[in-house]
Design a protein around this ligand. Structure first.
Ligand SMILES: C[S@@+](CC[C@H](N)C(=O)[O-])C[C@H]1O[C@@H](n2cnc3c(N)ncnc32)[C@H](O)[C@@H]1O
Length: 337
């Protein structure tokens, strides 16, 4: 994997796995206190997903410019049977654990194909957003009543379901979510997933690959302004949950893409000098004109780097399905002994 930026992590709540500096780490209050006191200021992308944030993300996934969802869905459709064979080579009953499932739309379509192919499977979507899981549950009942679905609301860095005996575990991490982590965070995440699997269990990653920089940038800066609304909604959430007084009109969404590092980044830019206070934290935070809050990174990968990272984290790359039109990959890995 190429080395990229030295900016601080967009804090993907890996705190639960790493050294603890205080008890509030990994909580909204603790992360916001630390993030807005840092230089540059930063907020974890996991806090995007309140009820409104989850709804906005579902709109983003339908935007013409937001290619990752479309391309990933196309790959899942085209290769459904080959994926089943690659993920469960013995044909044993499968427990499908999806990390950060969101609305699960793509996965339910995949499950439908797998059930048609005679697979025995149970689906365990996991997400921090209760609203996303609720919508997923309703969709599953409507569209796939035969599928056994066991949603789990929680943070995948803090909780993990007990594996079912005699079922082949398949962990899914779609939507190029891994790209929201820095290399070090992605490493810790994959090691954590590996630690919960048994040798021979499988992991499937959906990963966005390097491509025309303008295509990437357009995905994070749509003309409809939905991504901007999604980014700004983070401030609305802090106003509501931490008694803050962010003036949303005084911040603007800004997206960039660095083709050298293969990283798209999203920021909220302060349009003037201002001070924002939190009643809950009992703290004010000053902003210079043009100062940014770094809210999200999206790494674009190359195959060699993915292979090396998987291997370092206890996985062997088993199969690689790549879209011929727009570089994006479904990567099947096996947990090494
Ligand atoms: C970018 S969306 C992707 C959704 C889905 N995987 C897809 O491909 O459409 C990220 C999802 O991960 C969830 N999420 C983010 N951080 C999480 C965490 N630490 N634990 C569990 N879920 C998380 C969010 O609520 C959101 O639904």
């Amino acid at each position: 994997m190429s080395k990229h930026h030295r900016l601080p992590a967009t804090v993907s709540a890996l705190a639960a796995d790493g050294p603890h500096t205080d008890a509030a780490e990994g909580t909204l209050a603790g992360d916001v206190m630390r993030g807005l006191s840092a230089l540059p200021k930063q907020l974890s992308s996991k806090y995007f997903y309140d009820a409104q944030g989850s709804r906005l993300f579902e709109r983003i996934m339908r935007l013409p410019a937001y290619y990752p969802t479309r391309v990933e869905a196309r790959l899942l459709r085209r290769h459904a049977r080959a994926l089943l064979a690659a993920l469960t080579p013995t044909g044993a009953p499968m427990e499908l654990l999806e990390l950060g499932s969101g609305d699960g739309r793509k996965t339910l379509a995949l499950c439908r194909e797998w059930l048609k192919a005679g697979a025995s499977l149970s689906y365990r979507p996991m997400d921090i957003s209760a609203q996303a899981l609720e919508r997923l549950g309703q969709r599953a009942t409507r569209q796939l009543p035969a599928l056994s679905v066991h949603p789990l609301c929680g943070d995948y860095f803090q909780t993990w379901p007990l594996p079912q005996a005699r079922r082949h575990q398949v962990a899914l991490f779609l939507g190029s979510n891994l790209g929201n982590f820095t290399d070090a965070e992605a490493n810790r995440f994959l090691r954590r997933v590996r630690a919960h699997l048994r040798p021979g269990d499988s992991l499937m990653l959906g990963l966005d690959l390097r491509k025309d920089p303008s295509t990437v940038l357009a995905a994070y800066d749509d003309p409809e302004g939905v991504t901007a609304a999604f980014n700004l909604n983070l401030l609305r959430r802090l106003n509501r949950e931490l008694g803050m007084d962010f003036d949303l009109a005084a911040f603007r969404h800004y997206a960039s893409y660095c083709p050298l590092q293969g990283v798209a980044r999203s920021f909220l830019v302060s349009l003037r000098a201002q001070s924002v206070h939190s009643r809950v934290l009992g703290q004010s935070f000053g902003f210079e004109p043009g100062e940014v809050i770094y809210t999200e990174q999206s790494q674009k990968y190359e195959r060699a780097g993915v292979e090396a990272m998987a291997s370092q984290c206890g996985f062997a790359l088993h199969a690689w399905f790549e879209d011929p039109e727009l570089p994006y990959a479904l990567v099947v890995c096996r947990a090494k002994a």
